[in-house]
Ligand binder design. Sequence first.
Ligand code: FRU
Length: 535
Amino acid sequence: MKHKNFARLVSSLSLVILFAVSLSCKNKNASSVSEIEKTVEETLYRPNFHFTPKANWMNDPNGMFFLNGKYHLYFQYYPDGNVWGPMHWGHAISKDMITWEEQPISIYPDDLGLIFSGSSVVDANNTSGFGKDGIVPIVAIYTYHNMKGEKAGDLDFQTQAIAYSLDEGMTWIKYDKNPVISNPGIKDFRDPKVIWNAATSKWILTLAAADKVLFYSSNNLKDWKLESEFGKELGQHNGMWECPDLFPMKIAGTDQTKWVLLVSINPAAPNGGSGTQYFIGDFDGSQFTVDPDFKIQLAEENALWVDYGRDNYAGVTWSNIPQQDGRKLFIGWMSNWEYAREVPTENWRSAMTIPRELSLQNIENSYVLTSVPIAELSSYVSKTILKEKLVVNQKKAIISKDEVDLSRIELEMELNNLTKNTYSFLFENSQGDSLSFGLNNIEKNYFLNRQKSGRVAFSDKFANTISIAKKRSPSSNLKVKVLVDKTSIEVFYNDGETVMTEIFFPNQPFETLSISTSDDQLILENIKIKEFQFN
Ligand code: FRU
């Protein structure tokens, strides 16, 4: 069996490493050890179906657009090291957002500064005038971060700039009159996200400005007018607002449109460090106003979050998704500024979340932005195990050793007739590592616990707490969908009503999954275990 071989390979590699380490202590032959470590790292930690750069540092997703059958993903990238450094836009292309091909670096820093986060749009009507010979230009809008200005103690070292591409995003020509938005004296002034607002026939740019967002409008992507600001007194603060995204969405099952505003914040996420909150409201082409019902939700919860786990940050949506597709597609950076620079991978650092389809739901008079993994993932399923019913008394195996490769699965199940109790799912391996998630139905909280998940000591912020999220639905039934990919778990409760994403670094792959509860008899139903195959 394939996965047996994999487990064998990893455990033998671990033995090799131990042997090599002991040799190196004698021989001082450190380089061969690090070669072996690199190989083990690739086998054990390189995700199967989450985007990672081949080498070196990555953070936020940037400038994503769809064109001619291809999804483009750019990302904050430092090509010369595995910690954050002078930022470039890296680039990858995919036909299905699952299998990516990394491309040459697309935008390099220059005299005006490093290339921070931003977005890109397909300028179909050539409003910018950058189009030539009928070629539709793609326009990227990004932040210049000027290091000299920062070092000199200036306040205006972040400005907004544009570049255009006439070859489907492969190469970019920077606009010769950059910056297009100069800095009014706000130190943190970045991450422009642009959309086309059909109602006013204008481009709208949403920008993070320390503790608020600013909205600008333009006819040509070059000349921008400040329209309004939002958020100083709303939502979560105590951290820097970053990477906003504003877009309209139909409330599922209705014809009514509301506007969704995503705002990442670092630190001050619900379980520590970085996270992404959202607001629901209306946008009149100039001003964003929070919906009165959503304001009540904010009064109760302070902030609502795209993801309550610790590793989904700076996520934004794709532009130019064709109308006949109609999905709102989102991807986030699967890490957290609290420890991103220290995670135990040397070859590359960090991965993106699985791309997700967002929807706006009105559930019992509350707005919820739900997210589920994109449907494209299902075409990689190579094996499905169906278990109709499992009767659980205290503890029961759901997946036993050798049934599937737990480092590339999707798991779905339903728990019915829940009582006031705790329902805990547990991944384990023979090295004593474990990862658990589930529902505490006494406290009405979901939890995710990576405290014993393997290598956790690289940062004292990594496993200092157990992440929790409020259970929204009062129902006594629960639907769970889980994706596991070597070093990440993404849990989607009740069709993405609450999501928790976290990374972990086990000493060897997890081998079994069980559930425990102190209910006398819990029935687990409709269990679907899917193993993926890539390549
Ligand atoms: C968010 C962020 C952005 C900035 C980029 C720099 O993670 O801090 O605000 O543009 O990263 O790499």
